[in-house]
Design a protein. Structure first.
Length: 243
């Protein structure tokens, strides 16, 4: 199976310059900027950006309810560029939805209203109340379909962060604040995995599910799907593509 970057090369989509992971900053070529990934590893970027074909650039992925509609409506274009099965189409669709995000500043009360009015209760309850994994994809699609909804999730997450750590970080500043998140169990292969900003919550789930360890990641809020619970442990959803 091709990686996301390999798919983008096939399609001619601009690459997020290729990441080369290294053991320490001193191992990078002179003059390049060294960064740290979500799991703490060092890397630098390199490569060229290809011109996006007009056909692909014109596809508005947010207008589709899911990958089936996306693939059916664009089958000729996708096949032309090597996307010839649902696995490839799904990976491309999910990445394009994530990359198309443009944050919209909002307030806590407005964010709560947006979530209640936009995401169907059966989807919210299916995952957050019943932990039914079959609702993960519909929830991902509902969040990434609208910048307003995903921004609302990040605003809820920001409010939880400010309360938990006694901060007053603005929405704009929070988007690029590097956070350490915790999970009391293994990282799943699902479309997203749940984490918490509170290590005590992760320790509780570690005991509850009798898992071996607590996973930690470092990530910026703009790279998450946000948080959609206004009560309980403020579960944070991290897309598979960003783990």
């Amino acid at each position: 199976m091709r990686t996301v970057n390999e798919l983008k090369k096939v399609l001619g989509i601009p690459l997020s310059k290729g990441k080369t992971y290294i053991d320490s900053p001193g191992d990078a070529p002179e003059g390049v900027k060294v960064q740290r990934g979500p799991k703490g590893g060092y890397y630098y970027t390199e490569g060229i950006e290809a011109e996006t074909p007009f056909e692909i650039k014109e596809i508005n992925v947010k207008k589709y309810g899911g990958v089936m509609d996306f693939a059916k409506d664009n089958v000729a274009v996708l096949k032309k560029h090597g996307i010839d099965n649902m696995k490839k189409a799904t990976e491309l669709f999910n990445r394009m939805r994530l990359d198309s995000f443009k944050p919209i500043k909002t307030g806590h009360d407005s964010a709560v209203d947006t979530i209640k009015q936009t995401i169907p209760d059966r989807i919210m309850g299916g995952w957050f109340r019943n932990e039914d994994k079959s609702f993960k994809v519909p929830l991902f699609n509902a969040i990434t379909k609208s910048d307003e909804v995903r921004s609302a999730g990040i605003e809820i997450m920001r409010n939880s962060y400010n309360v938990l750590f006694d901060k007053k970080v603005s929405f704009d500043a929070f988007l690029d604040t590097e956070l350490t998140l915790y999970r009391g169990g293994n990282i799943t292969d699902d479309i997203f995995t749940s984490f918490s900003m509170d290590k005590k919550i992760a320790e509780k789930f570690k005991r509850q599910y009798q898992t071996d360890k607590i996973n930690e990641i470092k990530i910026k809020p703009r790279d998450t799907l946000g948080s959609y619970q206004t009560t309980a442990e403020a579960e944070i959803l991290i897309p598979k593509a960003n783990l």
